[in-house]
Structure formats: C-alpha cells, structure tokens
Design a protein around this ligand. Structure first.
Ligand SMILES: Cc1cc2nc3c(=O)[nH]c(=O)nc-3n(C[C@H](O)[C@H](O)[C@H](O)COP(=O)(O)OP(=O)(O)OC[C@H]3O[C@@H](n4cnc5c(N)ncnc54)[C@H](O)[C@@H]3O)c2cc1C
Length: 394
C-alpha cells in the first residue's frame, strides 16, 4: 500500500467513527460564533476535527493545522464528501483572515490568533465597504488614530455580513490621511464585544438579512494587531480579497472546503419540470442551454482541480478573479435554467401554494444575483482580469 492509500484508509475509518449523524448532509455549518448554539453534534464535530488539525488541514501544526500536502488534502476532501460530512468550520476566520495572518503576520500575531481561529473560537466579520467606498475601496474614510498601545477607530462600515453574530472584525482603516489614498491604509483586528462597536442589522425587502452596518465610535484596537505593517493595508487587504474570491470559487485550501463540489441539481430539476417527449426535453433551446451549462460545469470543476494542484500557497493570486467570476456566472445560469423550466412554479417565495423545494429554488435564484456583486463586482473582476491576468493597458 502506498503512503497515500494508508492515509486514505486511516482517514476513512476515523471519519466514519467520529463524524456524528447531525454533522452529515446539508444544513448549517459552524462559523465559530460564540453566541450561536448549533447543537451537540456540530459542536462535537468541530471539536474533534479541530483536535485533529483538520479545520485548517494545510496549516502548520504549531498553529492548529495538520500540515497536509496537496494530495492528502484532496484525499481528506474526497473522504469527507464520501460520507456527506459537513465542513466542520467555515467563514472569514479560517478562509480569509487566517491565511492572511499566515502570510503577513508577525510570529507573535500568528501565535496569538491562528490556534484560536483554527479551533473556531470566535466568528469574524469583514469591515471593508463603506457608504462611500465600494468598488473604489481605496476611498475609505474610517479613521484609526494611534493612542499609546492602541488605535482609536471612528467610522462606519456597511454590508458587514453576519456581523450581528460575530466576535471579531478585520477592518480596513485610514491611518495616514495625509498620504496618497492607497498608501495610508492599514488592516487591523478589532474585538466586537466592546460597546464602542455598534452593529445595526440592515433589513431588506425580503425581511431577514445577513447584512449589517457596523459603527465604530472611539473603538479600541491593539496597536500590535495591525497586520502586515502600518500603512501597508492596501497590499494586505487586496491579498485578503484574493482569499475571499478563492473561497467563493472553491479553490481556497486554507480551511477544509476547497475542492468540494456538490453534484449539480440543475439537470434533475430541469428534467422534472420541462415538457419532454420520449424522455427528451421538447424545447430545443432549453435543451441546448442545458448541454452548454453541463459542459461549462465540467470545465469549471476541472479547472478548479487543476488550480488546486498547482497552488503554491493557500489560494492563487489574480487568477482567483477569473475563477470566481466564471463560477458565479455558471451558478446564475444554472439557477436561470431551473427557473425557466419551472415556469409559473418559480413565482413563489413565501406563498404556501408553492412547495418548500420550489420556494428554495426561487430564493436561491434571487440570492444568486448577489454573487456578481459580493467580493467585488463582475465589472471589477473583469478590470482585474484585463489588467493583471491578460496584461492589457490601463
Ligand atoms: C452578498 C454580499 C455580501 C457582502 N458582504 C460584505 C462584507 O461582509 N463586508 C464588506 O465590507 N462588504 C461586503 N459586501 C459589499 C461588496 O463588497 C460591495 O457591494 C461591492 O464591492 C460593490 O460596492 P458597491 O455596492 O458600493 O457598488 P459600487 O462600487 O457603487 O458599484 C455600482 C456599480 O458600478 C460599477 N462600477 C464601479 N466602479 C467601476 C469601474 N471602475 N469600472 C466598471 N464598473 C464599475 C459596479 O460594477 C456596479 O455595477 C457584500 C456584498 C454582497 C452583495
């Protein structure tokens, strides 16, 4: 038996023995949020996987990981999928700020933050966007002023997803307003439990929403929690965005989600609803859209695999923009196809006339619109691809 086969067989039996029934199948995943109780099975699953170093399988052992190489990581993901085990820990801790600290943090910052993130002790929010700074992020105005061992933060961040449940937030702040706008920014970590950090949920037309506005009024952050150096936040913050985009694209191997792909339900839903003749979809236009979708889906998954195999870090650089964008467009096309095939059955989001499964597809279709906005809009990704991947002139 090769070493990899031994690793597979040990992994398989450990997962069988240790993954509780309530952590299998679709359902919620832990963000590490202290104030959310996800129940006994998910808690146990998180504890066991963290103990094994498999919440962050590729991280060094001293920071809570298991130092798996690419091949072992692939095997672990395959074995998790085989028993339909849920990812034990997700979110901005293991996927965004964790790998950023690994790349840019000092030894002291790594020792202080990474084991805690790997254990899922605290959930993280992302404080980038502001009312006046979205795509043009470098125009941000949230200020941080040094006062002894601390920075004092004042300003307002918007669209901070999940902030109401989060324990920490990483924030892009302006530390040197007198410098050119890209050069006076820092990335700093902030404890959200202080009263000087106010979180106001933003309600959407649909009712509930993960969005919040996060307001800092003389909030304190430790001066040694600036990641990657004072006024270097543009470089560090852009790298964190690559981790975010790679996570969306399924090619971030910092946590234990990279390379996971559910089997697409699009063909089954289309075949269930579209009129057929002798087992074939009658509408040739819908048929050809479905075939094109399936080809693109296969190409996306193969590209994802290749990129992961070639990774030299936890996620690629500018290529993350291309794969995030193609993945988002593909997901939107899949949703459109299902909704087209469902016709009138896709018109309900709350009406009991429509089944739970139908409503879920319709809500997912609506939610999918945000995928070409979150993590940088489609136009922003196209600009990055044009300039940084294809090398076209500015
Ligand atoms: C689901 C979701 C979750 C989010 N979560 C978070 C979060 O947790 N934390 C956080 O900080 N932010 C979050 N955001 C905010 C997100 O990062 C911003 O919405 C995004 O960067 C766009 O900024 P904006 O909304 O201000 O739009 P704008 O920047 O005002 O853009 C408006 C339109 O103009 C276009 N545009 C702007 N500039 C250019 C250009 N140079 N070239 C071509 N077109 C351009 C855009 O593509 C867009 O179509 C989230 C957004 C969504 C949808």
């Amino acid at each position: 038996m090769t070493d990899l086969n031994i690793f597979r067989s040990e992994t398989r039996s450990w997962l069988e023995d240790n993954c509780p029934p309530g952590a299998r199948g679709t359902g919620p995943m832990s963000l590490g949020a202290r104030r959310l109780d996800l129940g006994t099975d998910l808690k146990l699953w998180l504890e066991r996987m963290a103990q094994k170093g498999w919440t962050v399988p590729t991280w060094p052992r001293e920071y809570g990981g298991a130092e798996l190489d690419r091949e072992q990581y692939r095997v672990l993901i395959e074995e998790l999928q085989r028993i339909n085990a849920r990812t034990p820990l997700t979110g901005r801790g293991v996927n965004y700020i964790g790998p950023t600290i690994l790349e840019f943090g000092t030894d002291d910052q790594k020792a202080r933050w990474l084991p805690q993130i790997a254990r899922g002790d605290g959930a993280w929010a992302m404080g980038y966007s502001e009312p006046g700074a979205g795509s043009d992020l470098a125009s941000l105005s949230c200020r941080a002023v040094r006062d002894g061992d601390h920075y004092v933060l004042n300003g307002r961040k918007t669209w901070t997803s999940d902030a109401v449940d989060c324990d920490y937030i990483f924030v892009l702040v302006r530390t040197s307003p007198e410098k050119p706008k890209h050069q006076g920014i820092s990335l700093i970590l902030v404890d959200m439990s202080q009263p000087q950090v106010q979180v106001n949920p933003i309600r959407l037309l649909s009712g509930a929403s993960p969005f919040c506005e996060t307001v800092f009024e003389d909030a304190l952050a430790r001066a040694d929690d600036v990641i990657g150096g004072v006024d270097n936040g543009w470089t560090v913050g852009k790298r964190l965005l690559q981790f975010e985009r790679s996570t969306h694209a399924g090619i971030n191997i910092s946590g234990s989600q990279g390379g996971r792909n559910e089997v697409s339900r699009v063909p089954a839903v289309v075949l269930e609803h579209a009129p057929t003749h002798s087992g074939r979809i009658s509408d040739p236009a819908l048929r050809s859209r479905l075939i094109n979708y399936l080809i693109s889906d296969a190409a996306q998954q193969l590209t994802q695999k290749r990129v992961i195999e070639e990774l030299k870090s936890h996620a690629p650089g500018f290529a993350s923009s291309a794969i995030k964008l193609s993945g988002a467009l593909l997901k939107q096309e899949g949703d459109e196809l299902m909704v087209s095939a469902m016709g009138i059955r896709s018109l309900g989001t709350e009406d009991p006339e429509f089944s739970a499964a139908e409503q879920a597809i319709t809500r997912n279709w609506l939610y999918g619109k945000s995928l070409t906005i979150a993590g940088g809009t489609k136009e922003v990704q196209l600009n990055i691809i044009a300039k940084r991947v294809l090398g076209l002139p500015d």
